[in-house]
Design a protein around this ligand. Structure first.
Ligand code: GLU
Length: 287
């Protein structure tokens, strides 16, 4: 079956073995007749750097991958993400959150048994309860704020039977029709002052705009897929299928991260590794 797939790295560091596996996996999942896309997820302008963006291109070409051009750079599409965000705002499914990180941490500390999500304790919902008058006043006065999705209201709007199709195996071997449980993250942030669109909004808008039929990504993003499914339903976007994959770890079972400089593709290449060596190192057979 031919699919449209994508590899969507953020240019915040050099690509490492984990990225190589994700890119090769996505390209292979497209199939010979399919389309493989590269998308640069660079909405966080404080963390992304042009030299890493250029390095992504070099490293993937060296690995032997080919993708459709032009490459989509998310930083060039904030206007499109804003349209999606405004729709959610019009549906009254987002609210301004004025809490600082410190206030949220204090609130969580004070409430014994605060619910935890995949990334730790979830936002206790302090600002969800504010009145419209207070919100208007604080916004008018220019108080710093983020915008959060009211996940319970969003859930009520789309109905309870929300699911996605999984053809890989999630962190717990999930396969087939998976019931979406976006509420596990609590009220996620959808926009901030410094980054006007969140990863969640940008991903669902772009996957739809680019006609992605199969999203392949690491199991670490499995919980995010549940949030994406909810946003797709709210924004009436087509739902791609999903294939989550294993994460590449070092000998001690630790995931590679940007800090593992000797495991970047450029370091391995400088030390004489070939693209086939990289394939073997991530557990793929050589071509
Ligand atoms: N940009 C994300 C990352 O670097 C992945 C995007 C996705 O698969 O949705 O981990």
């Amino acid at each position: 079956m031919s699919e449209t797939t994508r590899f969507a790295p953020s240019p915040t560091g050099y690509l490492h073995l984990g990225h190589a596996f994700a890119a090769l996996f996505a390209a292979e999942a497209a199939g010979d007749a399919g389309t493989f896309l590269l998308r640069i997820e660079d909405i966080d302008r404080t963390r992304c750097r042009p030299e890493f963006d250029q390095a992504i291109d070099d490293d993937l070409q060296w690995l032997g991958l080919q993708w459709q051009v032009p490459v989509r750079r998310q930083s060039e599409h904030f206007a499109e993400f804003s349209v999606a965000f405004e729709r959610l705002k019009e549906m009254q499914l987002v609210y301004p959150c004025f809490c600082t990180r410190r206030e949220i941490a204090a609130e969580i500390q004070a409430s014994a048994g605060a619910p935890h999500g995949p990334d730790g304790p979830i936002y206790p919902g302090t600002c969800r309860a504010r009145s419209d008058t207070e919100r208007r006043e604080r916004l008018a006065r220019g108080d710093l704020h983020a915008w959060r999705l009211d996940v319970a209201a969003a859930r009520a709007r789309v109905g309870q039977s929300l699911s996605f199709e999984e053809s890989g195996g999630g962190p717990n071997g999930e396969h087939g029709t998976v019931r979406a449980t976006p509420e596990v993250f609590g009220d996620v942030v959808l926009a901030r002052k410094d980054v006007p669109a969140s990863y969640h909004v940008a991903v669902v808008v772009d996957d739809a705009l680019q006609g992605v039929t199969l999203v392949t990504r690491g199991n670490d993003l499995f919980p995010s897929t549940h949030v994406h499914r909810l946003l797709q339903a709210l924004l009436e976007l087509p739902a791609p299928r999903y294939r989550h994959h294993r994460l590449i770890t070092d000998q001690s079972g630790r995931r590679f991260a940007k800090r593992d400089e000797d495991q970047t593709l450029r370091a391995l290449r400088a030390n004489g590794a070939t693209p086939d060596d990289i394939r073997r190192m991530v557990g793929l057979t050589s071509r």
